[in-house]
Design a protein around this ligand. Structure first.
Ligand code: HEC
Ligand code: HEC
Ligand code: HEC
Length: 102
């Protein structure tokens, strides 16, 4: 019971501190009308190999792991709060922090 309560409290805290802007603001100057499809994200960001290289210093690498090629918006939100999908099964606070900083 107590454990459940603490989990809910931690979740509320995490949501409260997360940026709600999403990554659309990072793309404001590019004239995109709506959230691009993953294929477009990949075209601009150089593909999975380039993404894996960009975050090779992050452990575990969010772009190269046992989950394979995950949809970008499973983690990066265009207009809402980005959320690390790995958190369904793991706790990777550094990745969550890095994700929210983007
Ligand atoms: C038309 C090209 C283009 C498309 C399409 C695009 N991006 Fe970007 N993205 C950029 C540019 C340019 C920047 C700013 C420079 C940079 O940090 O790479 C950027 C920035 C970012 C950042 C922040 C990087 C940082 O270090 O702060 C993330 C995350 C990101 N894009 C993810 C995505 C995702 C996910 C999609 C698809 C939903 C997407 N992008 C679609 C060109 C694009
Ligand atoms: C499993 C979650 C996850 C998925 C799926 C994911 N990302 Fe990321 N991405 C992250 C995290 C976490 C970071 C921040 C890493 C850090 O701390 O620097 C990041 C960082 C980035 C960056 C910035 C890289 C840099 O130079 O620092 C870009 C660009 C990006 N992601 C684009 C994408 C695109 C495009 C897709 C889909 C093809 C995608 N991501 C899929 C979690 C994810
Ligand atoms: C559906 C649940 C689930 C999700 C989602 C998930 N994992 Fe895992 N992960 C596992 C399981 C199960 C193991 C194996 C645990 C063991 O045998 O100790 C594992 C193991 C790992 C390991 C240990 C080394 C390895 O490769 O076996 C790492 C690192 C890891 N996961 C990273 C990630 C990352 C990063 C994400 C998000 C992109 C993610 N996981 C998403 C279930 C999951």
């Amino acid at each position: 019971m107590m454990r459940k309560f603490l989990t809910v409290a931690a979740l509320v805290l995490a949501i409260g501190t997360a940026s709600a802007a999403g990554i659309s603001s990072k793309h404001a100057s590019l004239g995109l009308k709506a959230e691009p499809a993953a294929a477009q994200c990949l075209a601009c960001h150089g593909g999975w190999t380039a993404l894996a290289a960009a975050t090779k210093g992050v452990s575990p690498n969010p772009h190269a792991n046992h989950m394979g090629k995950v949809q970008c918006n499973a983690c990066h939100s265009w207009n809402g709060e980005s959320r690390l999908m790995c958190a369904d099964c793991h706790s990777f606070p550094k990745l969550e922090k890095g994700l929210r900083g983007k």
